[in-house]
Design a protein around this ligand. Structure first.
Ligand code: PHE
Length: 342
């Protein structure tokens, strides 16, 4: 062989080698490529080495250096490719350190659920237990037993969702009063949280479904003073030291009736949009259980008296957190809900 032929054989090995090494896609393929290129007993480099011996003596030094340079280049590329392939095999796809980190999500309790939990806890300390009733309720429990007159506007199709002639989606949690009075003998102290339904449009201050918490106390010798003392204490526990005021009101199932306001938590009474500049927020309706309701449920109204209240957790949450629109509570917007993560 002549030096020129040797040079061109070395050059073609130098150009072919890198492409073949890069194309080896598994360790087995890599071994084949290595043997074909730089294998000790066969392969293109060892052919070159054999040819070296056939060159004229004076050319061997240059040819030997050339062959060595090609060998080193190819071996470096083979090593690097081997490292890549074996890392892939052990750890799956290579790690991309420039990928942004995955966001971590923290769940939180809904602000309305937080209010319900706290109210339940405060009344539990006072000896109240939990009672539940159905959301699809007989009209008698929702209205009749609660002393609604036959022509009361709440019973109108405009305000109440009827499932059929007899069944309604309960418009308040007060039917649980009647169910409890039928089922248990006084002394009774229960709390009944649950969802209620009204035919309202969804606007900033109304929702067609919302939650209520009903409270009921019935025993011998219960008076309006018990109602006032208990609800005032509750307000101070729940809101921190605050002021309450009772305004006369009307419900068919209580007499006398009163609504309780607390000092607006946002402006502390000076007036703001949340309290419509009044300084007060109404949080519950209450009153002495009407004797007719006790009798309708089979309780002797000569012997027993009682009081009841119905509180709106959504309203309470709204005044507590100065939420401008009740619909935000039902939007399931994670950006809003995340604020309540603890
Ligand atoms: N049920 C009444 C309402 O939904 C609230 C209430 C409950 C009032 C108990 C007095 C006693 O508005």
């Amino acid at each position: 062989m002549l030096l020129d032929d040797f040079r061109s054989a070395a050059a073609s090995l130098r150009t072919d080698g890198p492409g073949q090494i890069a194309a080896a896609s598994s360790l087995d393929a890599w071994t084949e490529v290595r043997n074909a290129l730089v294998g000790r007993t066969s392969g293109r480099l060892s052919d070159l080495m054999t040819a070296l011996g056939t060159l004229p003596k004076e050319d061997r030094r240059e040819a030997g250096q050339l062959a060595n340079a090609v060998k080193q280049e190819l071996e470096a590329l083979l090593d690097a490719r081997h490292t890549e392939l074996s890392r892939g095999q052990q750890q799956g796809p290579a790690i991309d350190g420039t990928m942004p980190a995955r966001a971590t999500w923290q769940g939180s309790v809904h602000p309305v659920s937080l209010v319900i939990d706290e109210v339940v806890e405060i009344f539990r300390e006072l000896g109240f237990t939990i009672a539940l009733g159905p959301e699809a309720e007989h009209a008698w429990y929702n209205f009749g037993a609660l002393n609604f007159p036959a022509d009361h506007p709440a019973m109108d199709l405009h305000d109440t969702l009827y499932l059929n002639d007899d069944l309604v989606l309960r418009t308040h949690t007060s039917p649980v009063q009647v169910r409890t009075l039928q089922q248990y003998a006084p002394p009774i102290r229960i709390l009944a949280p649950g969802n209620v339904y009204r035919r309202d449009f969804f606007d900033p201050s109304h929702a067609p479904m919302f939650s209520q918490i009903e409270g009921l106390v019935v025993d011998e010798g219960i008076t309006f003073a018990d109602l006032k003392a208990t609800l005032t204490r509750f307000a101070n526990r729940f809101f921190g030291e605050t002021k309450t005021r009772f305004r006369p009101s009307y419900f068919p199932f209580t007499e006398p009736s009163a609504e309780m306001d607390v000092l607006c938590g946002v402006c502390k009474g000076s007036g703001c949009p949340v309290c419509k500049q009044s300084g007060w927020v109404e949080i519950l309706g209450s009153g002495m259980v009407h004797p007719t309701v006790l009798e309708n449920a089979g309780i002797d109204s000569e012997k027993y008296t009682g009081w009841a209240f119905g509180l709106g957790p959504a309203r309470t949450a709204i005044s507590r957190h100065a939420i401008p629109d009740i619909r935000i509570l039902y939007d399931s917007d994670v950006r809003f809900l995340e604020q309540f993560a603890r």
